[in-house]
Ligand binder design. Structure first.
Ligand SMILES: Nc1ncnc2c1ncn2[C@@H]1O[C@H](COP(=O)(O)OP(=O)(O)OP(=O)(O)O)[C@@H](O)[C@H]1O
Ligand SMILES: [Mg+2]
Length: 467
């Protein structure tokens, strides 16, 4: 039989050691290792013989409507159609981003629809939650509130009476369970509390939402293992200075992970933004060099965003490459392709790239737009204000077709754009969108176009090599 000895666990990443040490070799954090009792592994008794359980076929009785629409359509879009019965969802986000606000709004909407909803706050007193509900105008909703941190008490309370359809635990870091003997907030406690709540959700069929803190480098605090234990992980993001917030699914066992929900934070709570393109383009400074509109897709939803680039001569030995809202390795790739195949010399320039509005773009289709913005800034030539750009740049400089071209074009047409610079399609034409499609086969063509218009405007500024 294994010895039931104490172990030493890193409170930052959850790595386990059998002796104390100053630095965690797994995550590199200092002074994060603490002694913890062995994790309780369930109600097992020594020497107990295994119980025989029934195995079931794939076909069989299922619950008729396993999904529960939250009443907040943007939230439902991200979860894939609502909360699944018996599922556990982790909602992570920076401090003050609006996690509690969003969840109390969802709970109130469900309670108004006649479902039993519990809101358990481990961080705020009941009066504080009430104050927020009052500000949001939700006081008439029959949400059951409590300020509690003991998981056993919470489960006992939730098991009484009608099974709740939704239980919100704000936050999992404040919960503790009797099953383990470490202090609240430690990795073992978070894991133990999450385990107990997940068992309860599966048993009772209630949907449970755990709020999770995020560390300063953007990781969900506590052990990564909680992310594996739950059915879905949602991340609530936003730029401090901007009013809007983006909800994204990082993991989802019951739905897609590429949908985003867009909200705007107002004094009366989070307001849904049904047409985000208008939001991300509303402050557009048309016609200035280095500004381009990218026709993107987030999940199934087309989204137009502005990408801004600034290319300026550097005074440093190593020029700066700074990017906000996009992948820095993709920027390096686009810069390398511009340099190698299009003769655009950027070695002596600082490069800044920014996605306006605090959005984070992940799809490769933004390559062409980013390249256009960079060349436009370098050449001092503004791009046509009525045009959108999209396409993936390959290492050879060729522009590769991207998915969902018609949806991108349709959204652009809807917002008043009349032209699109896009890859030579796979037979997908502009269709009935009414846009003029300028097919771009190679990045060189685009650079030549922009450089020519820059020369017309200001005289030559791009150093071009032949061949
Ligand atoms: N009176 C108000 N008017 C407008 N916005 C407000 C008002 N009060 C709070 N807010 C907004 O609500 C945000 C706080 O929301 P909330 O408490 O839901 O965040 P949270 O993510 O739960 O934070 P924490 O991590 O501290 O639990 C604030 O950052 C602010 O933007
Ligand atoms: Mg909160």
């Amino acid at each position: 039989m294994a010895k039931n000895s104490a172990s030493f666990t890193c409170q930052n990443c959850g790595a386990v050691y059998n002796r104390w040490q100053g630095k965690c070799e797994s995550c590199g954090e200092w002074n994060s290792i603490a002694e913890e009792g062995a994790v309780a592994t369930g109600p097992g008794r020594a020497g107990r013989k295994g119980r025989v359980f029934a195995l079931e076929p794939l076909t069989g009785e299922t619950h008729d409507s396993p999904r529960l629409a939250s009443g907040v359509p943007e939230l439902d879009r991200v979860t894939g159609g609502g909360f699944v019965r018996g599922s556990v969802l982790l909602m992570a986000g920076d401090p003050g981003i609006g996690k509690s606000t969003l969840l109390i709004q969802a709970a109130a909407a469900l309670a108004r629809a006649g479902h039993r909803c519990l809101y358990i706050s481990g961080e705020e007193a009941v009066a504080q939650v009430r104050l927020r509900a009052d500000r949001l105008g939700l006081t008439d909703a029959a949400v059951e509130l409590a300020s509690e941190t003991s998981v056993e008490d919470i489960i006992a309370t939730a098991s009484q009476g009608k099974t709740p359809r939704l239980i919100i635990i704000d936050s999992i870091q404040t919960m503790w369970t009797d099953a383990v003997e470490s202090a609240p907030g430690t990795v073992t406690q978070v894991r133990g509390a999450a385990q107990a709540l997940i068992r309860f959700a599966k048993r009772s069929g209630a949907a449970v939402i755990l709020v999770g803190h995020v560390t300063k480098d953007g990781q969900i605090a506590g052990p990564r293992v909680v992310e594996h234990m739950v059915d879905a992980v949602l991340s609530f993001e936003g730029e401090g200075s901007h009013q809007f917030r983006i909800l994204r699914a990082v993991k989802n066992r019951f739905g897609p992970t590429d949908e985003i929900g867009v909200f705007e934070m107002t004094g009366s709570g989070l307001r849904e933004v049904p047409n985000p393109s208008e939001l991300f383009l509303s402050e557009r400074d048309l016609g200035s060099p280095g500004t381009v509109v990218f026709a993107g897709i987030e999940g199934t939803r087309p989204l137009l965003v502005e990408i801004q680039a600034l290319v300026a001569p550097t005074s440093l030995g190593t020029p700066r490459r700074s990017v906000v809202g996009w992948d820095s390795s993709r920027l390096s790739m686009v810069l390398a392709v511009l340099e190698a195949h299009c003769g655009v010399k950027l070695g002596g320039h600082d490069v800044y790239l920014n996605v306006a509005g605090g959005l984070r773009i992940q799809e490769p289709a933004a390559d062409l737009a980013a390249a256009a913005a960079l060349v436009s800034s370098l050449a001092g030539a503004s791009l046509p204000a009525e045009a959108v750009y999209f396409g993936e740049v390959s290492l050879s400089g060729a522009i590769r077709p991207v998915a969902q071209t018609p949806a991108r074009l349709k959204e652009a047409a809807k917002l008043g754009f009349t032209r699109a610079f896009a890859p030579e399609g796979r037979g997908e034409a502009a269709g009935d969108s009414g846009l003029t499609l300028s097919a771009i086969g190679n990045l060189t063509d685009l650079v030549a176009d922009i450089a020519a218009s820059g020369r017309r405007a200001k005289g030559p500024r791009i150093a071009r090599q032949d061949g």
